[in-house]
Design a protein around this ligand. Structure first.
Ligand code: SOE
Length: 386
């Protein structure tokens, strides 16, 4: 077993989700690398110490530059706010460390391009934590589509809805709430939520070539935690866009943090000539599949038995599930990170880099930037993909 010595930057929601994955990797996956939680890094010493104690990191750093320079670190995990990703990734790549970065990759395409150039120049393994690809039901959708069972694609429909920013007295800035501060997050729901939907969509249905979007900011001013002043809100609270895919299909994407009752409602449906797939993260172990059946002479028919099939993706034949429990038992949200990490480590071991790497995530960033640009201009906007 080789050691994979981890330096974790950030101690929030994602710091915890990623740390859990490192801790459990070798319990579930037959890999030849054993993650060692070497150092947790945060500017605030007390918070870094508390985080390190809970998750079992050997030491802390309060300066990410010291972490990146440390000889006893192989992998830098960037779980800190979006406006820190660029600088840390460039330095980590230059120091020859592997880099795992939380999504969205960057604040803009310009930043993302620099990050791609750095990891490619220094040839360091890299990945972006688009964890939803690793939900077994979503990975099964990918398998079904790749097997040709959906056939020629017509429609792709995604929603990503939450409701946690409706109250006007939710402030912006500070832990967790930096997501409401555009100078730290880059954008609102587009980078935070739609980036997930776009990554999944392009994984399943190929490149998005053009978009036209509408964004809205419902609460115009919020108290800023750091300045203690009411400040203009410049993130997008909601974003909807139409998309054209390179394969000729068309898509709709909707995201908001103002859908009362919706906590993390991440769904998609894809309709093709030969079938459809539907997924809803509120029932994460299910993939719904409609098969337009062929009769014995090869003719497509529907019968009194035709209907949607709700596949409980908990059999050992289903993606990732042979690593866990007996058929019929479920895994959870945290396992999507564990599955992602396993794919990454197996990618290092096989020499076949795991997706989505930084270059792949750059394409998602291009779609996000095109969406925001289109929302400003009101015009269809090309993403650069063909
Ligand atoms: C925002 O509320 C958030 O935590 C995102 O940042 C995550 O990426 C998403 O998976 C859940 O919601």
């Amino acid at each position: 077993m080789k050691e994979l010595r981890v330096g974790m930057i950030g101690y929030g929601f994602m710091g915890r989700a990623h740390s859990n994955a490192y801790k459990r990797l070798t319990d579930f996956f037959p890999v030849n690398h054993r993650p060692v939680l070497k150092a947790a890094c945060a500017r605030n010493k007390e918070k870094a110490e508390a985080f390190a104690k809970v998750w079992g990191y050997e030491r802390i750093e309060t300066d990410w530059k010291a972490l990146v320079a440390a000889d006893d670190i192989d992998l830098i995990d960037i779980g800190s706010p979006n406006n820190t990703h660029l600088e840390i990734a460039l330095a980590a790549a230059k120091a020859g460390k592997m880099v795992l970065c939380e999504k969205p990759l960057a604040m803009s395409v310009k930043e993302a391009e620099k990050m791609v150039a750095a990891v490619e120049k220094y040839k360091v393994p890299n990945m972006v934590w688009f964890n939803y690809r690793r939900v077994p039901a979503i990975a099964l959708a990918k398998q079904i589509i790749d097997e040709g069972r959906v056939g020629r694609a017509f429609h792709y429909r995604a929603t990503y809805l939450q409701d946690w920013t409706i109250a006007e007295d939710v402030p912006q800035g500070g832990p967790g709430l930096w997501r409401l501060d555009a100078s730290v997050a880059g954008s609102g729901v587009t980078g935070d939520l739609l980036a997930h939907s776009i990554d999944t969509a392009m994984w399943l249905n190929g490149p998005i070539t053009r978009v036209v979007a509408k964004t809205e900011t419902f609460v115009k001013e919020r108290l800023h935690v750091e300045t203690r002043k009411k400040q203009k809100v410049t993130i997008d609270d909601a974003c909807m866009f139409l998309a054209e895919f390179a394969n000729g299909s068309i898509g709709t994407f909707e995201s908001t943090r103002y859908a009362r009752g919706r906590k993390n409602f991440n769904t998609f449906e894809m309709n093709g000539a030969d079938g459809s797939v539907y997924f809803d993260l509120e029932e994460p172990e299910y993939l719904q599949y409609f098969e337009y059946k062929q009769n014995q002479s090869g003719k497509k028919v529907e019968s009194h038995l035709t209907g949607w099939r709700k596949i409980h993706t908990t059999n050992s034949e289903h993606p990732y599930m042979n690593r866990y429990w007996v058929p019929g038992t479920c895994i959870g949200y945290e396992h999507t990170f564990l599955n992602a990490l396993a794919d990454f480590v197996m990618g290092i071991e096989s020499g076949k880099p795991t997706q989505p790497d930084f270059r792949c995530a750059l394409q998602t960033q291009k779609v996000c930037d095109a969406v925001l640009k289109s929302a400003r201009s009101g015009k269809w906007t090309a993403t650069g993909a063909k």
